[in-house]
Structure formats: structure tokens, C-alpha cells
Design a binder for this molecule. Structure first.
Ligand code: FMN
Length: 181
């Protein structure tokens, strides 16, 4: 399933410290209510998983390509061994609608409340209702919508373990195929 955006999940641990880790396994899974699904390895020790299961709330950030090295670090170091956000000099504040940290340096963040948890093999699959979205004005288009090219999302290929920038727009969806209908 690629290319996929590399996203960053964040949650507070039991002491109220912010945890964050990089995820490739993340996707939309409902329109009504809006919901995302993430999967975090439960056989390896992931601090962010523990924190999300504890608070039942989390945020998902969509990093831009400029933060590639920081995102990679959040995916190779554990919060059990380091204060990762401090190490990369990133800042955070409490989300508006959930008790979870929003990372300031990322331009788009979803605030999520856990709706459903399922064990799927090696991973715990967590569905979160999106209860709020925060976006920097710099990534909004004239209509006030998040613009893919202004965000410049960081793409990840799980086959070769490589990061990519994503290309430009080629067409409007639900229109390009109309000529065949
Ligand atoms: C590009 C990338 C994608 C990753 N995707 C996932 C993922 O989808 N699920 C997962 O459990 N771990 C994933 N990881 C690994 C975690 O981010 C990593 O184990 C991290 O150190 C966990 O940190 P924590 O213990 O502070 O939660 C990914 C790492 C990278 C670099």
C-alpha cells in the first residue's frame, strides 16, 4: 500500500509528557463520522501505543518534506530512551478538543478520539474519530481548504524504505473518467 504519507501520531504519557512516533500505517476509514485508522506494532515496545491506549485520545500530524529528518528520527528512537520532541527542538501544545499534544512545527494535525481497537496480528489497529482539524493558514487555498501542493506532504515507500516528495496535481477526481460513462 504505497506511496503513503508518513504521519506522526502523538499522545500524552501517564506523567503528561508528549510522546510522538512516525507511522506509515494510517488511512481514512469513515466519512460519517470522519475517522482515521492507524496500526502500531504491539509485539515491539512502542511508547506511543501505550499512551494512546491509556488516554484514548491522540493526534495525527501530516509532516511536510522539509521535516524529513525529524520525522525519521521520531521513527527510529523510542520515547522510552529519549525526550524525542525536545531532541529535535519541536514544540507542542494541548489540542483543542482532545487531551493530546499538537506538534507546532507540523502544518496539519487531526485531533482524534479512540472509537475502536482491534488486534490484527503483530499490530494494534486503532480507529479514531476526527473531532477537530488544525491547519496553518499557509497551507490553505483560496477556498480555505488544505492544499496538497502547499503542504508538500512527506511520502514514504514501505517496500524500499525510502522517502519521496509527492508530485503535482494532474486532474480533478470524479471528473477525469466521466468521458467513459
Ligand atoms: C517511515 C517510518 C514509518 C513507520 N511506520 C510505523 C507504523 O506504521 N507502525 C508502527 O508500529 N511503527 C512504525 N514505525 C516505527 C516507529 O515509529 C518506531 O518504532 C518509534 O521509535 C516508536 O517510538 P515510541 O516508542 O516513542 O512510540 C515507523 C518508522 C518509520 C521511520
Amino acid at each position: 500500500m504505497y506511496p503513503a504519507p508518513a504521519v506522526v501520531a502523538s499522545a500524552y504519557d501517564e506523567q503528561g509528557n508528549a510522546d510522538a512516533c512516525t507511522l506509515a500505517f494510517a488511512t481514512m476509514c469513515s466519512h460519517h463520522p470522519p475517522a482515521v485508522m492507524i496500526a502500531i506494532n504491539s509485539t515491539l515496545k512502542r511508547k506511543t501505543l501505550k499512551s494512546i491506549l491509556n488516554t484514548k485520545e491522540f493526534c495525527i500530524a501530516f509532516p511536510s518534506v522539509e521535516h524529513m529528518a525529524e520525522v525519521d528520527y521520531l521513527g527510529i528512537e523510542s520515547g522510552y530512551n529519549a525526550d524525542k520532541l525536545k531532541r529535535i527542538n519541536f514544540h507542542h501544545h494541548k489540542a483543542v478538543k482532545v487531551n493530546a499534544p499538537v506538534i507546532d512545527e507540523f502544518k496539519v494535525s487531526l485531533e482524534c478520539r479512540v472509537m475502536h481497537i482491534a488486534e490484527v496480528g503483530s499490530h494494534t489497529q486503532i480507529t479514531g474519530e476526527i473531532v477537530n482539524v488544525q491547519a496553518e493558514e499557509s497551507v490553505l487555498n483560496d477556498m480555505g481548504k488544505i492544499d496538497f501542493t502547499l503542504l508538500g506532504p512527506l511520502g514514504y515507500d514501505d517496500i524500499t524504505h525510502s522517502y519521496y516528495e509527492m508530485g503535482g496535481k494532474i486532474s480533478d477526481a470524479f471528473k477525469a473518467g466521466l468521458k467513459f460513462r
